[in-house]
Design a protein around this ligand. Structure first.
Ligand SMILES: [Zn+2]
Length: 277
C-alpha cells in the first residue's frame, strides 16, 4: 500500500447517526384584542408672539437666570469657601489694566525696540550676570557675591540689587511684581487678603514691628515677599532677539511639516537641540 493511500484512509469514517424525530408543532397563541383608540387631546392655544425687542427679552431672561442662581446658591458661610469664591470672582474680573500700571501696560501693548546686545561696561555686565545667576535666591546672596568681588577687585563698581534689577528690566522688558507674604509662607497677601495686617492662618504680623513702632505705624516694611514674573512681558521680550523670535515659530513650523507630509510620523524630538546638549 502506497503512502498517499494510507493518508486518505485515516481517520476511519464514522457511521452516520440516526435521524432524530421531528418535534411536535406547538399550537398558535390566540390573537389579543386591539386596544381601544384614545381620544385626541384638545389643541392648546398658541402662546403670544415674543416681544419684537429681542435684546430686552434676552436681558430680562439673563437677570431672571441670575436671580435664580442667587436663590439656588446662597453666599457661602464657611470662611475657606467664602475666600475661594472671592478669589474666583477677582480672577474673573481681572483685566490687564487692573494688574499692570499705566507704564507697564503701554510697554506691553506697544513694545519698543530694545538693545539686544550685552552691555560693554564690565561692571554692568558682571552685575547683570550675577543677578541672572542668583535669580530666585535671596537678595542677600546677590549682595554677598558683590562683596566678595569687591574684596578682590576694590576698584570695580558693582550695581546694588535695586539698580541691577532696574537695568535688567530696561534691557529685557521683563518686569517683576513683588507681593507680601506670611513670614511662615502660609498665604500671600493678595486678593481677599490684600488688606490684612496679620496672617489669617497663623496670626503672624505682616510688617516688621520695629519699623512700625519707630514710625508710629507709618513705615510698613513687609517681613517676607515673593517675586513673580508676569507672562505677557516675557512673551513680548522673546520677539526682541532674532534667535528667540525664530524660536517662537517652532510650533507653526512643525505644524507646516505635518501638513506637507501627512503620512510621515512627526519626529517629536528636536534633534538639533538634543545634539547641542
Ligand atoms: Zn501664616
Amino acid at each position: 500500500m502506497g503512502e498517499d493511500n494510507w493518508i486518505h484512509q485515516f481517520p476511519p469514517r464514522l457511521p452516520t447517526p440516526p435521524r432524530l424525530p421531528t418535534p411536535p408543532r406547538l399550537p398558535t397563541p390566540p390573537r389579543l384584542p386591539t386596544p381601544p383608540r384614545l381620544p385626541t387631546p384638545p389643541r392648546l392655544p398658541t402662546p403670544p408672539a415674543p416681544s419684537s425687542d429681542f435684546e430686552e427679552s434676552d436681558h430680562e431672561m439673563g437677570s431672571r437666570r441670575n436671580r435664580l442662581l442667587e436663590d439656588e446658591y446662597p453666599t457661602a458661610t464657611l470662611p475657606k469657601m467664602r475666600n475661594a469664591l472671592e478669589f474666583i470672582r477677582m480672577v474673573k474680573e481681572a483685566t490687564l489694566a487692573s494688574q499692570f500700571d499705566a507704564e507697564e501696560l503701554a510697554e506691553l501693548l506697544e513694545p519698543q525696540e530694545h538693545i539686544s546686545t550685552p552691555p560693554d561696561d564690565p561692571s554692568l555686565k558682571l552685575s547683570l550676570l550675577n543677578y541672572i545667576s542668583f535669580m530666585g535666591c535671596s537678595q542677600d546672596i546677590y549682595e554677598a557675591a558683590c562683596q566678595n568681588v569687591r574684596q578682590c577687585y576694590p576698584d570695580i563698581e558693582l550695581l546694588s540689587h535695586y539698580r541691577v534689577e532696574r537695568q535688567a528690566r530696561l534691557l529685557s522688558g521683563v518686569i517683576t511684581w513683588e507681593h507680601h507674604m506670611c513670614v511662615k509662607s502660609c498665604v500671600a497677601f493678595t486678593g481677599p487678603f490684600a488688606g490684612l495686617e496679620q496672617c489669617p492662618n497663623c496670626g503672624e504680623a505682616r510688617y516688621e514691628e520695629k519699623d512700625l513702632e519707630e514710625s508710629n505705624g507709618e513705615r510698613k516694611v513687609p517681613r517676607k515677599v515673593f517675586t513673580t514674573f508676569p507672562v505677557g512681558p516675557q512673551l513680548q521680550a522673546r520677539w526682541k532677539h532674532p534667535q528667540t523670535a525664530k524660536n517662537m515659530f517652532y510650533r507653526w513650523e512643525k505644524t507646516q511639516e505635518l501638513r506637507r507630509e501627512p503620512n510621515d510620523p512627526l519626529d517629536i524630538y528636536d534633534r538639533e537641540s538634543l545634539s547641542e546638549r
